[in-house]
Design a protein around this ligand. Structure first.
Ligand code: SF4
Length: 222
């Protein structure tokens, strides 16, 4: 029986025959050239459907297994980590680059996080979100690691998810002033999570430990 093909970033579809793939499009920010290329490749291989995903990617759906390599070659893109136990996506809102309500630069921070962590292997899947203000358009309260722009910096949340067992994130740090501090704290969260023996979602770990003990364990690292 056919299965997902991790190394090709290919997800078996409902017909149990064809696959969906999604190129990595950090933050959903895409050039017209890349967009045209995706359309051209979709036309060339008669891809039946294109779908904008919740991870801000464009999925090409309905590709035959024997065409996967050629499609990736023609796209000249790397796969987005849509499957596997790793950092899947960093959802990024327009922030103060474009949005009139933005108070922080979620694009710069989100792209940095994407550059460092996208596809990094972890005990379980992990999603991040970065919002440029408290309206939280990147849904930071249901992300494993959520970063929310606030007037004087950033709030850091952990342990959210919107999956089969939904959970609202806990506040790990109420306020830090700079993106460098955010990056340091995210690095500590990831380092701690990587070192845990259980293969559970971050939210389950936070729940089991309680946010106070989790905070102490994570922030207490050197
Ligand atoms: S979270 Fe705030 S800054 Fe980001 S898109 Fe929404 S309103 Fe704009």
């Amino acid at each position: 029986m056919k299965k997902d093909i991790l190394e090709k970033g290919a997800i078996l579809q409902r017909d149990k025959e064809t696959y969906a793939i999604a190129p990595h499009i950090p933050g959903g920010l895409i050039t017209t050239a890349t967009l045209r290329k995706i359309c051209d490749v979709a036309d060339r291989f008669k891809v039946p459907a294109l779908k904008l995903t919740s991870a801000q990617r464009i999925a090409l759906i309905g590709i035959k297994e024997e065409e996967l390599d050629a499609v990736w070659t023609d796209l000249a893109q790397t796969p987005g980590a849509a499957i596997g136990l790793c950092v899947r996506s960093v959802k990024i809102c327009p922030g103060n680059t474009f949005c009139k309500r933005g108070v922080q630069d979620s694009i710069a921070l989100g792209l940095k996080l994407d550059e460092i962590y996208h596809a990094m292997e972890l005990p379980n899947k992990l999603k991040m979100g970065v919002s440029g203000c408290m309206l939280s358009c990147a849904e930071v309260s249901v992300k494993d690691i959520g970063i929310m722009g606030i007037a004087r910096g950033w709030k850091i949340l952990v342990g959210g998810n919107a999956g089969i067992r939904p959970r609202l994130a806990d506040v790990l740090v109420e306020e830090v002033a700079t993106t460098e501090e955010v990056l340091t704290i995210v690095a500590k969260i990831i380092r701690y999570y990587k070192g845990t023996p259980k293969k559970e979602r971050l939210g389950r770990l936070v729940e089991e430990m309680g946010i106070e003990r989790f905070r102490e364990a994570v922030l207490g690292q050197g």
